[in-house]
Design a protein around this ligand. Sequence first.
Ligand SMILES: [Zn+2]
Length: 400
Amino acid sequence: MAESVEEGATNVVPTTLTNPEVLRYGRQMIVDGIGLPGQEGLKKSKVLIVGLGALGCPSAHYLAAAGVGTLGLLDDDIVDASNLHRQILHSEKEIGVHKVDSAISRLHAVNKHVTLVPHKVDLNASNALPIIEQYDLVLDCTDNATTRYLVNDCCVLLKKVLVSGAALRFEGQVSTYNYKGGPCYRCINPNPPNPDTTLNCFEAGVLGPVTGIVGSLQAAEAIKILASNESAYAGKMMLVSPWDGIMKAITLRSRQKDCVVCGDNPSVTSPVDYVQFCGSGKNKAYSNASTEQERITCKQLKETPYKHLIDVRPAVEFGICALGKSVCVPFGEMMSDKADLEPHIPEDTSEPVYLLCRAGINSQVAVQYLKEKYPNHCFKDIIGGLLGWTSDIDPSFPMY
Ligand SMILES: [Zn+2]
């Protein structure tokens, strides 16, 4: 504790904190619920952050700044310019740098006393348990179902608390799972989402500040648990929509006795094949793969005098940039049978209709949808979508 004015008396309370640490963290130590024991708790804690993207960046920053003793930093990706509007640990000079290296550089500058442990891996069923078991608490900052189920199951098996965050478009959510007998992620989501109807921020977009709010809430929750042994979001889900001015917490159902991993008779006793379980969550492009005859490359499209080109991206994206002679029929409207397709389907069934999207994923699903609806027509999706067009045909095309 701080030095006494009396000569010879330097430490009035036994503590593991140094005097500079007390001065450094004093503003948060005087908050009710933290105090000296809470700060000491943070110092001896080990937190794993899975994913150093939009949620992991603010989480890691605040946890490092708060004096968490050890931070594990896990990601297998490199920094891209398209990350910078929301991934606040990374800057322009780190484009092309591994996200773990970029994060370590920034976090070390924030607080050189925190031990930073790099994990430059893609978390999978083989490596997850030995990594997660090194930590007291895990932050799920990923954006795909396969990793969410993997991290959840490992946290249940290893009895670790999981603070989970998600953000998409204008909305975000935070929950704490596996805390003092509360539900796990599978209790709330026993079945994986349909990969045909779920999107990640690569496909749907996300507002940077929304991810900042969610990542900050995850960090606040981690600090509360580690410093005070209490949780704000166990058994709850915090929903935030700053675009609509809404923040509210809803109560989740309790732990399910028939949950396959945390229930009374669990069938999942070690990590399973999550790609198969989730219907290939991260690789959903291939779950609806078109046949060779139903696909063409961007180069082939450039050499084709096409008459019918349907772009299935949302209207707002179509309005930013689009190929000549293309028309916009948003994927969501098409899949919900709300789109007026008739003007875009030629009378001559021999004239092919090309389907285009951002990355060549939704266009494959659209081909299958249209084939069912118009079995005599010819539909083809464009491999790689407009991202492929930008990389293979026209680098000046303003793809985002
Ligand atoms: Zn469960």
